[in-house]
Write a protein that binds this ligand. Structure first.
Ligand code: DX5
Ligand code: ZN
Length: 234
């Protein structure tokens, strides 16, 4: 149940298709695509047309992370482009319920994201309606930052709430994660792990992905067992 979702953000944008194929070959469970609009975050990356052009390079799921101000206006574009999971930020200006419903109607998995300063409880009203929750472990906008340790407490809170409600919701952690700290992230209750720099700057990306998965797996199982959740042991 651990999924490693390397972020294309740290790859070579002049060879995006090849980099996506590389991520697939290296053993990624999902491909994490960071969409930034220069408004919700102070950086611009790429949009739905680029996602569409990458679709042919892998069978792996596209974990589409929208860091944009008006996600509702672009859900259909990203779904048609081949997104599988669509994540949007609760701090963005679109109505969350409507956005979640549209993602579902488009045949994608809805996912909500919170920035480091947003409390864990902000996602509680949506837990029954989403397949995944993304907890940012850095301020969104740039790769290569250091993980903010205080965000792990929020992962714990959300995992505890999911277990209480009997939900096996995926919890994704994103930003500054590497082989050294992935254990603490998984121990907090995250089972979908984004890693950009750690994978692309590695001399052995396939080995790094395997190590991230193994380290996360061990700690995650322990965390779920301690919290009294049974589903994750199967
Ligand atoms: C940040 C992005 C992340 C990030 C991951 O806004 O959402 O996906 O780039 O990259 P690393 O692992 O380098 O922090
Ligand atoms: Zn991301």
């Amino acid at each position: 149940m651990i999924k490693i979702a390397p972020s294309l953000l740290a790859g070579d944008f002049s060879r995006m298709g090849e980099e996506v194929a590389n991520l697939d070959r290296w053993g990624s469970d999902l491909i994490h695509l960071d969409v930034m609009d220069g408004h919700f975050v102070p950086n611009i990356t790429f949009g739905a047309d680029v996602v569409r052009s990458l679709r042919g390079y892998t069978q792996a799921g596209f974990d589409t992370h929208l860091m944009i101000s008006r996600p509702l206006d672009f859900i259909e574009d990203f779904a048609l482009a081949g997104a599988d999971i669509i994540t949007f930020n609760l701090e963005a200006s679109s109505p969350a319920d409507e956005t979640i419903a549209l993602i579902g109607r488009c045949g994608c998995v809805p996912s909500v994201c919170i920035k480091p300063a947003t409390p864990a409880e902000a996602v509680f009203p949506y837990l029954d309606k989403v397949g995944m929750v993304l907890v940012m472990t850095v301020e969104p906008g740039f790769g290569g930052q250091q993980m903010l340790d205080y965000t792990l407490e929020k992962i714990k809170t959300i995992r505890r709430e999911c277990l209480t409600r009997g939900l096996d919701t995926d919890i994704e952690a994103d930003g500054g994660i590497n082989a050294q700290n992935v254990g603490t992230v998984a121990a907090a209750g995250a089972n979908v792990i984004v890693a950009g720099s750690a994978v692309f700057r590695s001399a052995d990306p396939a080995g790094t992905i395997a190590r991230l998965r193994a380290a996360a797996q061990e700690k995650y199982l322990g965390a779920i067992a301690d919290a009294g959740g049974g589903h994750a042991r199967a």
